[in-house]
Design a protein around this ligand. Structure first.
Ligand code: ZN
Length: 137
């Protein structure tokens, strides 16, 4: 009985994020967004590398990672934000701003060799990154 309740809770917990996906995007619009979504999703996949660098306290490569491939990500996020439904544009812009704020703080933590701060900022960055991706159909 307890297990059934837990399962029900998990299912109901995961449904809001699915409901958040806009249903009024046309297939044409989705196709237009895809070339921008793809590199953003690739960058999200590469975040595992950043996590490993932070976990192994490789601060030099952590900073190189943040200053390297993420420059294009900022641009792709700005472009895709402007192409979303009007109601999603502001939230997307805010999330992108948040995300890059966390990257800056990871960079500062790496400079200070502050492992706890770097890990905390990484966790926040992932939340904002995933929330951003959830806005793209
Ligand atoms: Zn945040």
């Amino acid at each position: 009985m307890v297990l059934i309740l837990v399962t029900t809770f998990l299912v109901s917990c995961s449904s809001p994020s699915q409901a958040k996906i806009p249903t009024v995007y046309t297939p044409e619009k989705i196709a237009q967004l895809e070339p921008y979504r793809a590199p953003i999703a690739t960058a999200r996949a590469k975040m595992a590398t950043l996590q490993d660098l932070i976990a192994s306290k490789n601060w030099v490569d952590t900073r190189t990672f943040i200053h390297g491939p993420l420059g294009e990500l900022r641009q792709d996020m700005a472009i895709v934000s402007r192409k979303l439904l009007v109601k999603d544009q502001k939230p997307a812009q805010e999330l992108a701003k948040e995300l890059f704020g966390h990257f800056e703080r990871i960079d500062a933590a790496a400079k200070d060799r502050d492992s706890a701060a770097a890990q905390a900022q990484y966790a926040e960055a992932i939340k904002d990154f995933d929330a951003f991706l959830n806005l793209i159909p």
